[in-house]
Design a protein around this ligand. Structure first.
Ligand SMILES: Nc1ncnc2c1ncn2[C@@H]1O[C@H](COP(=O)(O)OP(=O)(O)OP(=O)(O)O)[C@@H](O)[C@H]1O
Length: 230
């Protein structure tokens, strides 16, 4: 069986020196791979390539052994992505927005319950009927995450999901991601939050200037010189 996600030897240039150079990783069901590294080390670029949103100059990305295309219905069914720039419908309530995403991904009659569940888990229990324009930045981030997490997915790709979340919301997020893993979902996590990486990641890929400088078990890799939290 091929891995759920396999990326080999990814390289990306924006003109001059590569911003991603020779990065490889693989994700198995129920496992979380975290991409760590300082600002500008290439984490988001790798994630965009993995998500099919950006072409690499060299290298391959395979989902179940087949090339990834974001427009491919199989990719949209199996992969939930949360990156910067997510939008909410301004005239739908928080619950309506998440319910609609759940329904669009085939949850049918279970959409309302699933939406309520994920919103409660991410700390939005008191905001089901609010409109996105009235939410704080952290609550809005929790809403965007809820929309990514409500739908069934075999693979989650999350770029700094902890952004703007307070300490309790970060703990709730770690619990939700842990539950997703236990249900068999693979996760690629880009994060600047050491506690989140330690709580959820099984394997860390540490980038510096676009290159993998260390990888493996989180405690060991996070002690490396290039680790942002060292
Ligand atoms: N569209 C672009 N055009 C030119 N250079 C870019 C572009 N996008 C990213 N870069 C450069 O690529 C490098 C890697 O950026 P990337 O956003 O992948 O880093 P990152 O590790 O996710 O950083 P951060 O932790 O700050 O989010 C940076 O030097 C950045 O300036």
């Amino acid at each position: 069986m091929p891995p759920l996600l396999q990326a080999e030897d990814l390289t990306v240039h924006y003109g001059g020196a590569p911003v991603v150079a020779g990065v490889s990783l693989q994700v198995e069901p129920g496992r979380c791979v975290a991409l760590a590294g300082a600002n500008g080390s290439g984490k988001s670029t790798v994630l965009r390539v993995l998500a099919g949103r950006q072409e690499a100059d060299t290298g391959t990305v395979l989902l179940d052994g087949e090339p990834v295309r974001e427009s491919d219905p199989r990719f949209r069914r199996d992969v939930a992505v949360s990156m910067d720039g997510g939008e909410c419908f301004p005239d739908l309530t928080v619950a309506e927005h998440v319910r609609m995403v759940a329904a669009a991904h085939g949850l049918g009659r279970r959409a309302a319950e699933a939406a309520a569940d994920v919103l409660d888990h991410l700390g939005l229990a008191a905001h089901h009927d609010a409109f996105p324009g009235t939410l704080s930045a952290g609550q809005r981030q929790a809403l965007l995450l809820s929309a990514a997490l409500v739908r069934p997915a075999r693979l989650l790709m999350l770029d700094e999901p902890e952004q703007r979340l307070d300490a309790r919301a970060k703990e709730r997020l770690a619990a939700v991601l842990d539950a997703a893993k236990r249900a068999g979902t693979g996760i690629v996590l880009v994060s600047h939050e050491r506690s989140l990486v330690e709580a959820v990641a099984d394997h860390v890929v540490l980038l510096a200037s676009g290159r993998c400088v260390a990888e493996g078990e989180p405690a060991r890799v996070l002690a490396e010189e290039a680790a942002p939290w060292r």
